[in-house]
Design a protein around this ligand. Structure first.
Ligand SMILES: Nc1ncnc2c1ncn2[C@@H]1O[C@H](COP(=O)(O)OP(=O)(O)OP(=O)(O)O)[C@@H](O)[C@H]1O
Ligand SMILES: [Mg+2]
Length: 477
């Protein structure tokens, strides 16, 4: 450690510094508290060893100042007149320890600093480990998204993570259900325990049963030895049952029993085993409909659906497209400005039936196609990307704005959109009407309603008259 020794008896300061240097520390010494502060300002020290009684600032004042300005610094006091009272005050002010200036006190100092050094090392090691784990889990579970519906889902996930409650993640394919499940596990008390994922749709019934619950030796042909199942693997951790809608009815019964009674038996066994497992499940299926059609047991459904979290589809949160694109580009060593403005716009208009996964793959492919060039519309390759920018306003909307939690006024929104259209069309009403999929006449009447035009105000010269969208002709009087 780098140690600064402070005493106005310079001889003691020097001898102490020498002895601590022999003990393996890097030492300096100064005469008095004022000099100590100047030296501390100029250079960093891990520890300060100071005499108590000095001309002001004395040892206690120096201690207080060091703790205020460099709180991580270890401070040890030396005192010729040990009084329990000053010792107590020193410890309260944050001193690491103190020694009586008598006998072999320098050896004792060496031992104290050695212990402090080991503790500091441990603390920094722990901090480093904590950082590694933190960034590891963060990496596994970075959930990008700021749309209100996403924020709500994240808030729910955050709240339920700390509990042992079963959670059902719902949402279309590719929305991030896996990611949410991981995030819940890795921010729960079970984060240090196992994370086990089973895809209920990937195995035929008999294999799935033995996969989940294990089997005893001889349970079936080929069961040459006993094998624990995934429930046992997940003990003290989390078991993520993906595609829970695919779970066969017989296994639904067995699952319900584990959730309710925490017990199950291995295939071919009759001894009930107890496990401590938290269950998370996910599905993109309409479980309510499956319950109605008797493909999914209602008791299991109610048990799983105690805490549902729905991850919203990407097309309902177009504002998340840009940050997500940036995230995926950075993950491949590119930056967000690798996307041209046109490409970004096309992405924001795309309906993304495959959700975030589709966006991720589209960008990966585009990066390869674009090489060192910027990613432009033609690299995106999904149908409609290039015509998206010019698609007629009468087409089905690629996105709908999301209603914020506090609600919105359709009137205000309509007025805003009309103003935007007028602005974009530089006041050209026919063009603005086209942008909104309206006839000029309808635009006029809506403008009147919103106080953007006086009733009966004369029509402009017939610029663009007659090229209102086809099919809207019946609106013309
Ligand atoms: N909000 C997000 N932030 C960052 N990456 C995301 C986000 N949502 C999804 N992804 C990424 O998109 C891909 C698909 O997500 P995930 O596998 O979690 O979807 P899913 O809902 O489980 O889909 P499926 O129903 O098909 O299993 C993953 O690579 C995931 O990392
Ligand atoms: Mg998934």
């Amino acid at each position: 450690m780098r140690v600064l020794v402070v005493d106005d008896e310079v001889r003691n300061a020097e001898l102490t510094a020498l002895e601590l240097r022999d003990a393996g520390h890097e030492t300096e010494f100064v005469n008095g508290g004022a000099a100590a502060l100047r030296r501390l300002e100029a250079a960093g020290f891990d520890a300060v060893v100071t005499d108590l009684r000095m001309a002001p600032p004395d040892g206690l004042a120096l201690l207080a100042e060091v703790k205020r300005r460099w709180p991580a610094t270890t401070v040890v006091l030396m005192t010729a007149y040990a009084s329990l009272d000053t010792a107590r005050r020193a410890l309260k002010l944050g001193a690491y320890d103190y020694v009586d200036k008598e006998g072999e006190f320098r050896e004792e100092l060496g031992a104290i600093l050695g212990k402090a050094a080991r503790e500091r090392h441990l603390a920094s090691e722990n901090l480093r480990l904590a950082h590694t784990v933190d960034s590891l889990t963060r990496d596994l579970t970075t959930i990008v998204g700021a749309a209100p519906s996403m924020a709500r889902a994240l808030e729910l996930a955050g709240k339920v993570a700390a509990t042992d409650s079963t959670v059902l993640l719902r949402g279309e394919s590719g929305t991030g259900k896996d990611l949410f499940a991981r995030a819940i596990h890795f921010s729960s008390r079970r984060a240090g325990g196992p994370w086990v994922k089973v895809n209920c749709g990937a195995l035929p019934e008999a294999l799935l049963e033995s996969e989940l619950f294990g089997h005893e030796r001889g349970a079936f042909t080929g069961a040459v030895r006993q094998k624990p199942g995934r429930f046992e693997d997940a003990a003290k951790g989390t078991l993520f049952l993906d595609e829970i809608g695919e779970l066969p009815l017989l296994l639904q019964v067995k699952l319900l029993q584990v959730i309710e009674e925490k017990t199950f038996t291995r295939v071919g066994g009759n001894q009930p085993l107890t496990v401590d497992v938290r269950i998370l499940a996910a599905t993109n299926r309409d479980l309510e409909a499956m319950v109605r059609e008797r493909q999914f047991r209602d008791d299991l459904f109610f048990r799983l659906n105690v805490f549902p979290i729905t991850v919203p589809p990407l097309r309902e949160r177009p504002g998340d497209v840009r940050p997500l694109a940036g995230f995926f580009l950075r993950r491949h060593g590119a930056s967000e400005d690798k996307l041209t403005a046109r490409a970004l716009q096309a992405l924001e208009r795309h309906p993304f039936p495959g959700n975030v996964r589709e966006l991720e793959y589209a960008l990966e492919r585009a990066m390869i196609l674009a090489g060192s060039d910027p990613i432009d519309v033609e690299h995106l390759g999904f149908a409609g990307a290039s015509e998206g920018a010019t698609r007629g306003a009468t087409a089905a909307p690629g996105w709908v704005p999301e209603i914020p939690p506090e609600g919105l006024s359709l009137e205000v929104l309509e007025r805003e959109l009309i103003l935007q259209a007028l602005e974009r069309a530089r006041g050209n009403k026919s063009q603005a009407a086209r942008l909104l999929g309206l006839t000029r006449r309808t635009l006029y009447s809506r403008m009147e309603r919103h106080g953007l035009r006086k009733p009966g105000e004369g029509d402009e010269p017939a610029e663009g008259e007659g090229d209102a969208p086809a099919g809207a002709g019946e609106e013309r009087a």
